[in-house]
Design a binder for this molecule. Structure first.
Ligand code: SAH
Ligand code: SF4
Length: 390
């Protein structure tokens, strides 16, 4: 009598988790974490590599939102994955479109918190400004986000999820090589200090840069920091993206007031980290952001000091006219002052574009993001004017 061959199921059937427990999200896992997750649900060892590649492609090339759409996986596997995991992105609460085409997304994440992401189309590129925290622990005196307490760090899923939501909205999945990209650049310049959440920012950016997925070049991703010096070294080593520094002042006295983290990491220490940043060249320059505040940091002397300070660092200086917000204790420098400042910086050989405020009519400009919970509640009716139907 022959013994019947045992039929090994492709996947183990593991009971669905209890209601109320959020299923783990496959989005936002690093490659290694995804391997572990697939092993844990019993996908056969010798199939892991293939399944991993298939699932990664469905998530990050095709942008599918359900396991059902992963048609090269068997029905059993799809059902098993759906019972164990979710594929979730932040949820769009509102989308506002500025007269200049800028789109601001108010997004709801786990726990009911809200963050904002802003898409800025330009002729030669489309930049998505991504948040890294709900609120910010730092209290830069000219920044609206700084008036809101930190609620929490975003997870890697919530950070890469902002890119995915924008691509859903712009209908930008399944690109062929050479296709023009709508979201071609990422700036980590939304709410929060990315270098107080370095691990999650790194994992999210690794996913965004992964060549078998979203495949954004590291040179099209810029991380902006107020100056968390030890973490700047990690950006160079662990992420490899471009760096922007919220510089904003040319003496420690003034910078201590504008960017209070300066009391801990002084200008000299910050600039040393910039000098040590890897791969700097004319093609890979550090961006120094400089908000133009009337009579605070905008004198000719400031401009001269600035170019002295950064001497030798391949750099460009991004002058940002101050964007006002209700109750802000500063005024924007005059256009003449900004151009005079830019001329001095230019004459020293640095490119110094003046950042054109985008999306001002929808409070989407730099430093105007603030979570929303409050503002949205306060003026839901006002916000709804000009919101495109979802
Ligand atoms: N927390 C990080 C990332 C935010 S980036 C950082 O501070 O670098 C947003 C940029 O806009 C920063 O350079 C910030 O200093 C600047 N900013 C903040 N408030 C602003 C305002 N009201 N007007 C213009 N720029 C502002
Ligand atoms: Fe935080 Fe950056 Fe605003 Fe400073 S400028 S409060 S670090 S978000």
């Amino acid at each position: 009598m022959t013994t019947p061959t045992a039929i090994t199921p492709n996947v183990l059937t593991i009971p669905r988790k209890q209601d109320g427990d959020a299923l783990p999200n496959l989005i936002g896992l690093t490659r290694d974490q995804l391997t572990d997750a697939l092993q844990n649900v019993g996908i056969k060892e010798k199939q892991i590599k293939m399944r991993h590649a298939q699932i990664w492609q469905w998530m990050y090339v095709k942008g599918v939102q359900s396991f059902d759409e992963m048609t090269n996986l068997s029905k059993d596997i799809r059902a098993n994955l759906a019972a164990q995991f979710q594929l979730s992105r932040p949820e769009i609460v509102t989308k506002q479109v500025s007269t200049d085409g800028t789109r601001k997304y108010l997004l709801r994440i786990q726990g009911g918190h809200e963050v904002e992401a802003v898409y800025i189309p330009e002729t030669d590129r489309g930049t998505l400004c991504v948040s890294s925290q709900v609120g910010c622990t730092l209290t830069c005196s000219f920044c609206h986000t700084g008036t809101q307490k930190l609620v929490r760090n975003l997870t890697a899923a919530e950070i890469v999820g902002q890119i995915m939501v924008a691509r859903d909205d712009l209908n930008e999945w399944d690109l062929e090589p050479g296709d023009k990209r709508l979201v071609s650049n990422i700036v980590l310049m939304g709410m929060g200090e990315p270098l107080y959440n370095t691990d999650n920012v790194r994992d999210a950016m690794k996913i965004a840069m992964d060549n078998e997925g979203i495949a954004l070049s590291r040179r099209r991703i810029t991380l902006s920091t107020s100056g968390i010096v030890p973490e700047i070294y990690r950006v160079g080593e662990e992420i490899g993206c471009m760096l922007a520094i919220s510089f904003h002042a040319t003496t420690d006295d003034v910078r201590d007031k504008l960017v209070p983290i300066n009391r801990k990491h002084k200008i000299a220490e910050l600039l040393q980290a910039c000098r040590d940043f890897p791969r700097l060249s004319n093609a890979e320059r550090i961006t120094f952001e400089y908000v133009m505040l009337k009579d605070v940091n905008d004198s000719d002397e400031d401009a001269h000091r600035l170019v002295e300070l950064i001497k030798g660092i391949p750099a460009k200086i991004n002058l940002i006219p101050f964007n006002p917000w209700p109750g802000a204790p500063y005024e924007r420098s005059s256009n003449n002052r900004i151009h005079r400042f830019a001329d001095i910086v230019n004459a020293a050989g640095y490119s110094s574009p003046v950042r054109k405020p985008r999306g001002e009519d929808i409070m989407a400009a730099c430093g105007q993001l603030k979570s929303a919970t409050e503002r949205a509640r306060k003026s839901r009716a006002e916000m709804e004017r000009g919101i495109e139907g979802l």
